[in-house]
Design a protein around this ligand. Structure first.
Ligand code: 5AD
Ligand code: SF4
Length: 364
């Protein structure tokens, strides 16, 4: 075992606060070492957020996007993509179906699509909250503070706004016309407005190194995020990065595991991107820190190409099939589905230092 890795792992196991160099040493784990990291992350996950997996049914209601991110298939300049929008009635109906299938959270996700005004989205959120017994997570990108306030007022519980990369230069290069600073300002607004906030990054972006991933995790610790989506980069055709090399699942899993050590109570999904690069990707993620799975509840009849990247796992599954796949995945990981809403157990940002003392007493 490499000395730096062994020392960092021991430090984590003793409950000491991890510094940037420790995170880097853990992320640099060699193939023979990573099972030890995954094992510790799995124990921390079990101890802090339990063994149940939260099902968040995701409805991808529009693939229109006004942004032009270099890595994403939904970018405005991709003219090869057939665009679609679901009506308010279709979104509500789809949410009801997801609720009937047992999802206690509905994630409403789209590209950045101004067609859905704040008023329209608020009506949808209000109806979904009134008609079904679910938590609502929004993932509709950059909006004004007033819009975020309106959504919250309408009943939205959570908001996903990934920071994608903590390297400000890379962020600006990959997301033209936007800055990391602006993104973080929006995440701060969401917190102020009382949302449970999700962030996350893409692992294996061109120009990203271990130091960037370390900074990503430290940033999420500072932000005290309640959720974090971490998945490998998948080169997407008809984008400027279509010919780049993709991220490795191994590095994405290491990033997930280290994030679990640093943010023990944060909800971490086994991502669709992980399942896309490896059929067992989600099972593996559930075994190294993840505790959430997001079955695709977009009705097939409404589903157009939500092709963020090619070959997206489960793209042709009906909501029922997608749920069945999720349940099989959970079973393969030796776990069971949760019955509650899966709200964040506490202010994730405030556990630092406290959790460290308790965790490892029960984690040999
Ligand atoms: N590979 C992996 N993840 C991607 N995303 C967008 N494009 C890609 C890609 N090519 C992720 C972003 C975004 C989420 C919806 O999908 O992190 O937040
Ligand atoms: Fe639009 Fe989000 Fe894709 Fe960027 S990553 S192009 S904002 S959907």
């Amino acid at each position: 075992m490499g000395t730096a890795f062994a020392q960092a792992l021991e430090k984590a196991a003793e409950g000491k606060e991890l510094a940037g160099e420790d995170l880097a040493a853990l992320l640099e784990a060699e193939e023979a070492e990573s099972p030890l990291l995954f094992n510790l992350a799995d124990k921390v996950r079990s101890r802090f957020v339990g063994d149940d997996i939260h099902l968040r049914g995701i409805i991808e209601f529009s693939n229109y996007c006004s942004k032009n991110c270099l890595y994403c298939g939904l970018r405005i300049d991709n003219r090869e993509l057939d665009r679609y929008r679901m009506s308010a009635a279709e979104i509500v109906e789809g949410s009801g179906r997801a609720a009937a299938l047992g999802c206690r959270t509905i994630v409403l996700q789209s590209g950045e699509d101004g067609f859905y005004t704040a008023g329209l989205l608020a009506d949808i959120i209000r109806t979904v909250k009134e008609e079904f017994d679910v938590a609502v997570t929004l993932s509709v990108g950059d909006r004004t503070r007033t819009d975020y306030a309106i959504f919250r007022q309408a009943g939205a519980d959570r908001y996903l706004l990934k920071h994608e990369t903590s390297d400000a230069r890379l962020f600006a290069a990959l997301r033209p016309g936007t800055t990391l600073e602006d993104r973080l300002k929006r995440a701060a607004w969401l917190k102020e407005l009382g949302y449970q906030v999700g962030s996350g990054n893409i692992v294996g972006l061109p120009g990203q190194g271990v130091e960037t991933l370390t900074a990503d995790i430290l940033l999420m610790r500072r932000m005290g995020v309640e959720m974090a989506g971490i998945g490998p980069f998948i080169p997407s055709s008809h984008t400027p990065l279509g010919g780049a090399s993709g991220g490795s699942l191994e590095m994405a899993l290491k990033t997930l595991a280290v994030t679990r050590l640093v943010l023990p109570r944060t909800h971490l999904p086994a991502t669709t991107a992980a399942a896309t690069v490896d059929p067992l990707g989600r099972v593996k993620a559930l075994k190294c820190g993840a505790n959430v799975i997001m079955p695709n509840m977009t009705p097939l009849s409404c589903r157009g190409g939500y092709c963020i990247y090619p070959g997206k796992a489960g793209h042709k599954e009906t909501p029922e099939e997608s749920l069945a796949t999720a349940l099989r995945t959970i079973e393969r990981a030796g776990r069971g589905p949760a019955g509650d809403y899966g709200h964040a157990p506490g202010p994730a940002g405030k556990v630092e230092g406290v959790f460290q003392e308790e965790i490892f007493l029960t984690c040999p």
